[in-house]
Write a protein that binds this ligand. Structure first.
Ligand code: FRU
Length: 539
């Protein structure tokens, strides 16, 4: 139908059809980026997971290959589940993935490229030694044991990986050690565990230098001064802790332990799960991929014939205070921009609305700097809001006047604003600092019934006196609205299915201010985004 055609994204990663979930084993190998992903070859609903495989030279245009891993062995008969790639010392890549068998065992399995001289690494071999890590050991739940990380080298020259697990009923990232990457021993204590939740899916563990945008190669010892980040997936979102990797104890030690997991910072405050990062040796950066589910009905998914996309790959780094991760769409996405427009010095008084014209409204990249004119009407911050940011976003609706804010961007809007997705900020004054709420409110995103339409939100600290400008970047891609606030401090990925999309070109886009204080848009830039070649061609 025309509707499903228009919801299909133009430059976010997706297969031609069927169900996808987690990104798996991203890597850069000999000039080529590889992305594998959880894929059901036969249906728009989950099941029968294989590792589908695509390659790219720019992270934006992708060519699909044959599946890398299929359910061929007893130990992966139920599915080849999530895992990671590691570039070993001799330059050879290896995949570790979870095999799910018929009797609910999850075990870690290895695969190597069958032919190292094939630049695309089309074919993968599962050695007879599989599974290389069986679900046995004290405290382990054999059906909650999966998603091995990329390997990193320890000070003793041995490889280490972490595996998501339920240990004595609680969450853990179990630690395994190996000399040759094939024979693994469980280290008695986990890399990290917590009694604040159950199973963690898709752990990701990496080193980062505070305030440095470069990534670090996990096969080399982390330089002194490096911090470590542990990301885990639970409660339908990706959360992380910043801390140090204590080499003597071989343990991750978070800088702050928050007992209430609702307070853990998130990679993304929207529809984003099972993320995985990798070190890009080509450009010396760390890049993170994350899965974005559909949020329409499953009958819509059948009508569309596909379900799930990957968010735009993002460069990820640690801020200079080691407090939080920052993320920004990889620069390569800018190669899709065309017909740029720009405006300066737009005053938005209370109720002000500025229509952004001259670019495509269904496929666009928008960057806006908001500058408050006055600092005297800023409302006080209440820390209890941090417990439930979505609830707070519902309360501070974009149409409700505040002191400083809400101001932001309304996208995929119908002529009368009956339908629109609002991405907006609200500024609060806390003790000695400012706290900014960023919302992506889907409640009016569509007039169609039966959709999941939350108001996503996240808070970030901001030095308003020093920095002045609060920036917003939003990538609009038909049913995807992916936003970056404060230079990448809060990211919100959202899926929307407006009826307006039915008429191409019918959607509008506005900058708005509904706060009492006047806000200046000191800079506004927008571009139309070309369609990328995403898996249309098979190599
Ligand atoms: C996360 C997850 C993983 C698992 C995979 C199966 O979305 O549940 O834990 O390996 O998906 O597809």
């Amino acid at each position: 139908s025309i509707v499903s055609k228009n919801y299909r994204t133009a430059y976010h990663f997706q297969p031609r059809k069927n169900w996808i979930n987690d990104p798996n084993g991203p890597m850069y190998y000999k000039g080529v980026y590889h992305l594998f992903y959880q894929y059901n070859p036969g249906s728009v609903i989950p099941g029968n997971k294989t590792w589908a495989h695509s390659v790219s030279t720019d992270l934006i245009n992708w060519v699909r290959l044959q599946p890398a891993l299929e359910r061929t062995e007893p130990y992966d008969a139920k599915g080849c589940w999530s895992g990671s790639a590691t570039i070993l010392g001799d330059g050879q890549p290896a995949i570790l993935y979870t095999g799910a068998d018929d009797v609910k065992n999850q075990a870690q399995c290895i695969a190597f490229p069958s032919n190292l001289s094939d630049p695309y690494l089309r074919e993968w071999t599962k050695p007879d030694s599989n599974p290389v890590i069986r679900p046995v050991g004290p405290g382990l739940n054999r059906s909650q044991f999966r998603d091995p990380t990329t390997g990193w080298a320890g000070p003793d020259g041995q490889w280490r990986i972490a595996v998501g697990a339920e240990l004595n009923g609680y969450s853990a990232a179990l630690l395994y050690k190996s000399q040759d990457f094939v024979h693994w021993n469980r280290v008695e204590h986990p890399l990290y565990s917590s009694n604040s939740s159950t199973m963690w899916e898709c752990p990701d563990f990496f080193a980062a230098i505070p305030g440095n945008g470069s990534g670090l190669d996990p096969s080399m010892a982390a330089p002194s001064g490096a911090k470590h980040v542990l990301k885990v997936s639970l409660d339908s979102c990706d959360k992380y802790m910043v801390g140090v990797y204590d080499l003597k104890r071989d343990e991750f030690v978070p800088d702050t332990v928050l007992d209430d997991r609702r307070l853990w910072p998130r990679i993304d405050y929207g529809n984003y799960y099972a993320s995985k990062s990798f070190f890009d040796a080509k450009k010396g950066r760390r890049i993170i991929w994350g899965w974005t589910n559909e949020s329409d009905s499953s009958s819509d998914d059948s009508a569309k014939g596909w379900a799930g996309i990957q968010a735009i790959p993002r460069t990820i780094w640690l801020d200079c205070q080691s407090k939080q991760l920052l993320q920004w769409p990889v620069a390569e996405v800018e190669s899709l921009r065309r017909n740029g427009i720009s405006h300066q010095g737009i005053e938005l008084e209370k109720g002000g609305l500025f229509e952004i014209k001259g670019t495509d409204t269904l496929q666009a990249d928008v960057e806006i700097d908001f500058e408050p004119e006055a600092m005297d009407s800023i409302d006080p911050f209440d820390p209890s809001w941090l417990m439930d940011t979505e609830k707070h976003c519902r309360k501070v609706d974009a149409s409700v006047h505040g002191g400083l804010g809400p101001f932001g961007l309304a996208v995929l809007a119908s002529a009368n604003m009956e339908e629109h997705t609002a991405v907006h900020f609200r500024v609060y004054k806390a003790e000695h600092k400012y706290m900014i709420l960023m919302c992506c409110d889907l409640r009016r995103s569509s007039l169609r019934p039966g959709l999941y339409t939350p108001a996503y939100g996240g808070f970030f600290e901001f030095d308003l006196e020093e920095e002045r400008k609060i920036s917003l970047r939003t990538l609009i891609d038909r049913s995807a609205v992916e936003s970056f606030g404060g230079g990448g401090k809060v990211c919100i990925m959202a899926r929307v299915y407006p009826a307006t999309l039915i008429e191409d070109g019918g959607a509008r886009m506005y900058a708005f201010n509904n706060g009492t204080s006047t806000v200046k848009v000191s800079q506004l830039k927008a571009w139309s985004m070309r369609r990328a070649h995403v898996n249309v061609k098979k190599a």
